[in-house]
Design a protein around this ligand. Structure first.
Ligand SMILES: [Zn+2]
Length: 480
């Protein structure tokens, strides 16, 4: 089936310049799952026509770092309980006291995974990277149904975070994972990589730098070289981790990864904020970013998660100037990649003290071409002949956009996921006329609320000090 979209503004891709370009009153045509034309006009027939006048027709965004199945009920933790762990907010909502049940045991993983995918799609992403999937086999089925493009796979690690009775973070051996976990991830990839017409792709997810032994990291590197699977690893993501590496190895996080030969262009590092010259790290003995640039590894940058903790990447412009490929992700909540682009630009301006950096095209590139490069894909994140038919249409005829001269600046500076009119993944329409086509949204929200309430009721079961949800995350105002 052949569909013709008549814009509006069309963001096409110029292969010679390796850059996006804007087509006013442009046309995009796709047949089944591939784009067959981008340009001014199309003389062939079409089975279906979409009128996108007054709208922006752009490549689907690539969300390179989020955690499906853990965010919906845990949002409330993000602001209240994180400060005591040096910028490691996830400890507060995902780490149980030693011997207690898993902190997310009370939430419905299936509901939250579906919600996670759907909210990312609503936020403009057509490709999603789930960093270490829970119930990965079930997730493959969910992805098949809902119609997203998802990179996934089970996480593996050598150690698990636990809290002791004094509220101190500890790393306990995780005998059920380690190299056996890596082998399970390889077996999983053998079975599922390429499922659902290639919409499901597998990767290797050693969980975090400080939960993996050097031996496990080396084994992962070797497995990636042999299998061709790419790697995503949380690294240089909080100060505790960097200081632990310095203490144990006398290397910063990035130095360690460099020294053991882990960093290559198939590696995506989650966050990668605390390099040696970051103002919080304050370790002027090595230039981590030069090591990173030389390796070709990518960074998955999630600015809002850090902004909430008062932390900045220092800086997006600096990383890019060194030649480091930066992609964007949302990590925690919400999953709105359009808003995330705005914040990525703003935080860059704060970090550099300049309004001449963090421009709209920089962050749009990061959310499209940067993500595609990080995944080794030249058929994603761009609208060009032969690329995947992953297309997002944004309605620019809204009051908050005002007069639109440059649609990319309008989108980045003033837009949000709420402005999205249409989402197409692999040629299939998931959202049309701003309404969900692929699922029953009202029902999903009901299930998410129920799962959240179930999770909140069980907080004292796993929290190190047995505190209830009301104690650790008080309401903004008392309930009358
Ligand atoms: Zn993460």
């Amino acid at each position: 089936m052949r569909t013709l979209i008549q814009g509006g503004w069309v963001v096409g891709f110029n292969r010679e310049r390796r850059s996006h370009e804007l087509w006013r009153d442009g046309v995009v045509v796709f047949e089944d799952d591939r784009i067959i034309h981008v340009g001014w006009r199309f003389d062939g027939d079409a089975d279906k026509r979409i009128d996108a006048s007054g709208r922006l027709v752009m490549p689907g965004l690539i969300n390179t770092h989020l955690h499906l199945g853990s965010n919906a009920p845990h949002t409330f933790f993000l602001d209240h309980t994180k400060a005591d762990y040096f910028g490691a907010n996830f400890y507060a909502y995902s780490v149980p006291r030693r011997g207690a049940a898993e902190s997310r045991a009370n939430a419905r993983a299936d509901v939250e995974q579906l919600y996670g995918i759907w909210s990312a799609i609503r936020g403009g992403a057509t490709t999603i990277l789930d960093v270490g999937s829970r119930n990965a086999t079930e997730l493959v089925r969910v992805v098949g149904e809902v119609g997203a493009r998802v990179y996934l796979g089970p996480a593996f690690k050598s150690y698990s975070y636990v809290f002791d009775e004094g509220g101190r973070i500890q790393l306990d051996d995780d005998p059920s994972s380690g190299e056996a976990g890596l082998q399970r991830a390889l077996d999983f990839a053998k079975e599922h990589d390429g499922a659902h017409g290639g919409r499901v792709r597998c990767m290797l997810f050693p969980a975090q730098l400080d939960t993996c032994s050097v031996e496990l990291l080396k084994a992962t590197r070797k497995a990636a070289d042999e299998s061709g699977l790419r790697i995503s690893l949380h690294a240089a993501m909080n100060l505790l981790e960097v200081q632990r590496m310095l203490r144990e190895h006398q290397w910063t996080s990035l130095q360690l990864l460099h020294e053991i030969g882990f960093l290559k262009d198939d590696v995506m590092l989650g966050h990668c904020v605390f390099h040696a010259r970051h103002s919080w790290t304050h370790y002027p003995y090595v230039d981590d970013l030069e090591l990173l640039a030389a390796s070709g590894a990518s960074v998955a940058h999630a600015p809002y998660k850090y902004a909430k903790m008062g932390v900045m990447l220092e800086s997006l412009a600096r990383y890019r100037a060194l030649g480091i490929n930066v992609a964007l992700g949302t990590d925690t909540f919400p999953q709105d990649l359009i808003s995330e682009m705005r914040l990525a630009g703003l935080m860059c301006r704060f970090a550099d003290g300049s309004f001449r950096v963090g421009e709209a095209h920089d962050v749009f590139d990061a959310a499209t071409l940067g993500g595609a490069k990080a995944l080794g894909r030249d058929d994603l994140g761009r609208l060009a002949l032969g690329c995947c038919a992953d297309i997002v249409i944004v309605d620019l005829r809204k009051v908050h956009f005002g007069a639109v001269r440059d649609p990319i600046k309008s989108l980045v500076e003033y837009g949000s996921g709420g402005d999205i009119d249409t989402v197409i993944v692999n040629g299939r329409t998931l959202i049309a006329g701003s309404s969900a086509v692929a699922l029953d949204e009202a029902r999903l929200l009901e299930q998410v609320q129920a799962s959240g309430e179930q999770a909140w009721a069980g907080v004292a079961d796993w929290r190190w000090n047995h505190a209830s949800v009301d104690e650790i995350a008080p309401m903004s105002y008392p309930i009358a």
